[in-house]
Design a protein around this ligand. Sequence first.
Ligand SMILES: Nc1ncnc2c1ncn2[C@@H]1O[C@H](COP(=O)(O)OP(=O)(O)OP(=O)(O)O)[C@@H](O)[C@H]1O
Length: 233
Amino acid sequence: MRFELRSVTAGYGETVALREASLVVPSGLVVALLGPNGAGKTTLLRVASGLLAPRSGQLLVDDRDVTGFSSAELTQAGLCHVTEGRSVFPSLTVRENLRMFARPGEEREALDRAVDAFPRLGERLSQIAGTMSGGEQQMLALARAYVSRASVVLLDEVSMGLAPIVVDEIFAFLDRLVADGSTSLLLVEQYVTKALAIADHVYMLDRGRIVFCGEPDELDADALASSYLGASA
Ligand SMILES: Nc1ncnc2c1ncn2[C@@H]1O[C@H](COP(=O)(O)OP(=O)(O)OP(=O)(O)O)[C@@H](O)[C@H]1O
């Protein structure tokens, strides 16, 4: 599934956080979205998943205009948005969460697939999700993208605040998620080097505008470093 934002402007009250931003997530590819703090990365993902209505511009799924679709309708169309906020049902068990994420009739298979991708979840199927560690909850949130067979997965800083070993597990999972070519990713990530290593295309946002679009090896290392002063790679 090809996903596109075309000349999108969006914001909050007086604040314009995104200005005529255009971005394409081609079918089966990984797109990294970079930019300094406050550049508008989260805003772009919120518009992409229907959480924030654009003031102008269009959202397209396989060239079909889906502007104005609710987040539920975009989920139905194949989008899955995973945020740093660990989007799981905290009072349900891991097993119940996975069943909720599965497509109807695929509950059993969904459980097996999730456990295969994240063995740690398999050890905790009966645990209440809200009592798991941050890393485990994030794995469960990511498993949602996998078991729901989403076509486009939007990932907002999913490795934020996690231990390095968990971050490695998450990146190994992302490799797996895109391996068969049926899923594409739009990735906002503080681990820029890791993100660029799996990205096919990269966009850079600065103060709400797309200032670079190309392949990772075309990125000017100095520009990258100066826009990410202090960020860990
Ligand atoms: N709910 C809100 N109300 C008002 N302004 C907001 C809101 N959310 C974000 N903004 C503003 O919109 C701009 C873009 O914010 P956004 O969170 O999209 O940036 P970001 O690139 O994701 O930043 P970071 O890397 O720090 O997470 C910022 O100036 C921010 O202060």
